[in-house]
Structure formats: C-alpha cells, structure tokens
Design a protein around this ligand. Structure first.
Ligand code: SF4
Length: 329
C-alpha cells in the first residue's frame, strides 16, 4: 500500500472497543488536553509499576555507563536477547576505562551474536573518550553525550532520562508508535522521526521530572510488549479506553513507510557473521588460513566482498598471506 492510499479500519477493532468500553462515546485524549494526558500517564505508570520487565539495568541497579551499554546493545537487538550479554560484559568491563583498555579481539568476541558488530567497536571508542576526557564518568549534558562516538539522539536522551533522571523526551520506534496511536489515532510509519513526531513527544511529556522518566519508560515498554507493530494486544492494554487508534478501528494497522527488513538467509550479514564466528572460535591471536576461510561460504565473490568489508570496518585483519584474524590492537 502506498503512502497516499486511505488506510482501512479494522472492523474487529471497532467491535473490540465497544466490547471493552461499551457503545457510549469514550473520551479520547488530545495532545493538548492536560487532564486527558495526565489520565493516560497515571494508567501507564500503574501498569509499569506492576508489569515492567525486571531487566538488570533497570531500577537504579547499575551505573550510567551500564545504562548506556544496555542502550547500545538493545539497538536492533531484542532486550531479552541482550540480557546475558550485558551481564557478562559488565562483569568483565564494569566501566568505560576497563572497556577502553580491552583488546579489540576480546571486545568483538564478547559481542558474540548480538549482531551489527561495528557497534562493539564504536562502544569501545566511546569508552576511550569517556575514560580520557571525562575521567571515566559519563558526561551529563545532551551536547556532551551526542559528541561521543556512536551516541546519537536516542541513546543520549535515553541515558539522560533513565540514568540521570532528567526531563527529556525519548524518541524511539516503540514510543513513536504508541504516541501516534493513542493521541493521533494513526500509525507511525517508521523511517526517521518526523518533526511532527518529535513535537508530539515533547507536548505530551509530563512536566514533573520524575513523572517524565516513568512516562518514557512506560510508553517504551508498552510499545515493546503490548502495543506492538503488527499485533497490539488492545484487550489487555491499560490505555485502551483512551486510545484514539482503537476507537477509530485501528486504521492502517501495521503499515510501514520503510520496506520490510531483508531476510537474513543468504545476506552479507549472514556471511560476515559466519566469518566472525569462525575467528571468534580460534585461540587468542590465531589466524584462519585463507583456504579454510573459503570453505565458509560457497559464493566466493560474496565471501570475498564480505571479508573486505569486515577488514574496512576494522573488525578483522588480513595477514600478508591472506589469512584472517581478529584485530590485535
Ligand atoms: S495496544 Fe491497542 S489500545 Fe493500547 S495503545 Fe496500542 S493500539 Fe491503543
């Protein structure tokens, strides 16, 4: 479906709304209606209190650096998959200085199957700057945080809110989807955040600092576990009675502006992952002979391109005879 087509509403959703809330008109929140916003915030806060997943970086149990590591690992990887990696990582490198001093090979190996391994090297670059320029303490301002390697708007905002308890709108895919559905009655179509979505996130953010933190956490959690892209669980949702999207019959449910994610099988990501997995399995400092590397994937041209791109990204090194190894730095 293209962007200009009218979204269809889902008749089941209309029935669902009536079944859950009765046939009478139900007030739905306008972004500028402070009382309605507060009502939504209270429901979400109560739901968060009772249902938040007990992730090890939540509830003040780690340092700001630990929060940052969790956010970097969770980009493009489900939080439930991140937990064991985060626990091992923080036990080994509990602060920026420890990570800064690790070998690249150890960092890439510890990243394991989290995917998108360039994130591991960027995180180590970030650690080096924090250790060197900020005496091993994560800086607290937005400008300083976004000035660190690999730290963009989302991660900086998340750290400021979740680690430092500052009032700032956190904007990720889950939050955009929930806010758009509840307050605008429309799907957030993905892609990068629009100025309108940023403005909405700022308008509905609770004034009180503490409430703003709970708001960010609870809206994000709702989007992760209940108000999902394709199958929102409206029957059990704490803000169902306030949700414009549900009231309108969930128009255009699941529509995306961006193309669906490429399947993994046969992609360069898979091939790069196979090469890195083979190198991770070697003893420290050992090399993989080129002939052995060439048994990893039958399409030689694709394999060679992937090896070259891993080398360009600094994730592997090639010796003069063409053997491969993890970076020795
Ligand atoms: S789960 Fe359903 S009712 Fe709840 S916010 Fe999402 S679309 Fe609205």
């Amino acid at each position: 479906m293209n962007d200009t087509a009218q979204p269809r509403s889902d008749p089941h959703s209309r029935e669902l709304h009536v079944r859950v809330h009765g046939a009478s008109a139900v007030r739905t929140p306008e972004p500028d209606d402070a009382a309605a916003r507060e009502d939504v915030a209270l429901r979400l806060a109560a739901w968060w209190e009772a249902n938040a997943r007990d992730l090890p970086w939540r509830f003040g149990r780690t340092t700001p650096w630990g929060v940052l590591v969790s956010e970097v690992m969770s980009q493009q990887t489900q939080m439930s998959r991140v937990v064991p990696y985060w626990i091992d990582w923080m036990a080994r490198w509990p602060d920026a200085r420890a990570l800064a001093e690790a070998s690249k090979a150890d960092v890439i190996t510890a990243w394991g199957r989290l995917g998108y391994p360039r994130r591991a090297l960027r995180l180590q670059e970030c650690a080096r700057v924090v250790a060197r320029d900020y005496a091993d303490e994560l800086p607290r301002t937005y400008d300083e945080l976004t000035g660190l390697p690999g730290i963009g708007d989302y991660t900086a905002s998340a750290v400021m809110s979740f680690a430092f308890g500052e009032r700032i709108a956190v904007i990720d895919t889950n939050i955009r989807r929930v806010l758009s559905r509840v307050f605008l009655g429309a799907e957030s179509l993905g892609g990068s955040a629009s100025p309108a979505e940023r403005a909405l996130a700022g308008r509905v953010l609770p004034e009180a600092v503490r409430d703003s933190v709970t708001w960010n956490q609870s809206v994000m959690e709702l989007g992760a576990v209940m108000c999902t892209a394709k199958s929102p669980m409206c029957e059990a949702c704490p803000v169902a009675r306030d949700c414009r999207f549900l009231k309108l019959g969930r128009p255009g449910l699941g529509e995306r502006r961006t193309r669906p994610r490429q399947r993994f099988q046969g992609t360069d990501r898979q091939v790069r992952g196979l090469v890195l997995a083979a190198l991770r399995g070697l003893p420290a400092g050992a090399t993989l002979a080129r002939a052995d590397a060439e048994t990893l994937w039958k399409d030689r041209a694709q394999l060679a391109a992937c090896i070259a791109s891993l080398d360009d990204d600094g994730l592997i090194e090639m010796t003069q005879d063409g053997a491969l190894r993890l970076p020795q730095g």
